[in-house]
Design a protein around this ligand. Structure first.
Ligand SMILES: Nc1ncnc2c1ncn2[C@@H]1O[C@H](COP(=O)(O)OP(=O)(O)OP(=O)(O)O)[C@@H](O)[C@H]1O
Length: 364
């Protein structure tokens, strides 16, 4: 096996995502890596629970030889084998984000020899990570344009600090990924959203979120936004939690979203307004890819067949970091064209056209 490519984990964002992207690409390209200075730019550097569970999952999926897979480790060596489709379970026993474990595993499992099933236990709606609802409602429609999808069943929600959320994700394998052309916004055809509370929090807080979000969104939407306010049942969520997920779909097939998550002191009006303000900003500037989907699709743009182009917000530090890792590992170059009006950019790249040699039909 070739020598490990050294990746400096402190580069730019210097958080967990550089490690996840590097590990995913290592598995896909079967290229060994050594990631140093892991999460050097975070107050608690090194591997935390979520990163370690993601790493161990990828080790299981590829039968990798690994060094440094322990909590607080700042250096990991990873020598992957073939991707093996199957059933995998991850129980983080904490509120570690299952969405971020999925973020690491999804690009790998699509290149297995068949479909895979992930049973994930941990935090489903926690801070500094996509809420699982953003993964299904906003990220997934964007991935479908690349020819990638997944089925998702949610059994229990897990919030900070106890976690205990439970979901099952079914990931079909693909032969290859299509390039996307997401530069035409069209007009907004639908705005929808979910305002939730759980545990001891009263439904009124979710209704406040809904009202506040509606008030903001009415100023920009032609049709009334379809927002739902609800309280999770005790079977689905025992602990206190609250949040809002909003999404807009356009006539040209763009899906952009925003979200907010309640903390200990929850003011529904503040949460609803903050998510609605973010969505309003996207709709006013008519971008096709929002700033959270932006960094999460870089890996797919790099692996796709042909040229992908996306009209998006100015690039985030997470996105620049993902571009750096993709460039190091695949050689693809990203072009950024600044569009003066509305503070937008067109980001493009010619993907390497990665072929899954393990399967011969498009979806399995
Ligand atoms: N509100 C949100 N909605 C959707 N995605 C989000 C949201 N907040 C964060 N994310 C996504 O979650 C990921 C967080 O990556 P980040 O590098 O910060 O890693 P991390 O593993 O959480 O570790 P760290 O503790 O090092 O920050 C990014 O892909 C980011 O786009």
């Amino acid at each position: 096996m070739s020598e490990a490519l050294v990746i400096d984990g402190s580069y730019l964002e210097g958080g967990g995502q550089i490690l996840r992207n590097a590990l995913s690409l290592s598995c896909i390209l079967r290229r060994p890596i050594k990631v140093t200075n892991i999460r050097a730019n975070r107050p608690n550097p090194g591997l935390s629970n979520q990163h370690l569970f993601g790493l161990n999952l990828l080790q299981n999926i590829t039968g990798a030889r690994v060094k440094g897979n322990h909590i607080k480790s700042t250096e990991v060596e990873f020598y992957p084998g073939d991707i093996t489709s199957g059933r995998y379970t991850v129980d983080t026993r904490t509120a570690a984000s299952v969405a971020l474990v999925l973020q690491a595993a999804l690009p790998v499992l699509i290149f297995g020899n068949s479909k895979s099933e992930l049973d994930l236990i941990g935090g489903t709606n926690v801070g500094m990570a996509p809420q699982v609802d953003s993964m299904t409602e906003v990220l997934r429609p964007n991935l479908e344009l690349f020819g990638i999808s997944f089925d998702f069943d949610l059994f229990k929600r897990g919030y900070y600090p106890r976690g205990g959320g439970h979901c099952k994700v079914l990931v079909p394998a693909v032969r290859s990924i299509k390039a996307v052309n997401l530069v035409n916004f069209g007009v907004v055809s639908e705005v929808s959203g979910w305002c939730f509370v759980a545990g001891k929090l009263p439904l009124r807080i979710a209704e406040d979120m809904k009202q506040a979000a509606e008030r903001e969104l009415q100023q920009i939407c032609r049709n009334p936004p379809q927002l739902e306010a609800y309280k999770e049942s005790l079977e689905v969520a025992r602990d206190n939690g609250s949040g809002v997920i909003l999404k807009a779909v356009t006539t040209e097939g763009c899906t952009v979203g925003s979200s907010a998550l309640g903390e200990r002191q929850v003011d529904g009006r503040v949460l609803g307004k903050s998510a609605a303000d973010e969505l309003t900003k996207y709709l006013k500037s008519e971008i096709c890819v929002d700033s959270h989907v932006q960094d999460q699709i870089i890996i797919f743009m790099a692996l796709a067949h042909g040229i992908s182009r996306i009209l998006t917000t100015p690039l985030t530090q997470h996105t620049r970091t993902a571009m750096h890792v993709a460039n190091l590992m695949t050689g693809v170059k990203f072009d950024v064209e600044e569009i003066e009006s509305n503070n937008r950019v067109i980001l493009s790249c010619h993907g390497i056209g990665f072929e899954n040699k393990q399967i011969y039909t498009k979806f399995v």
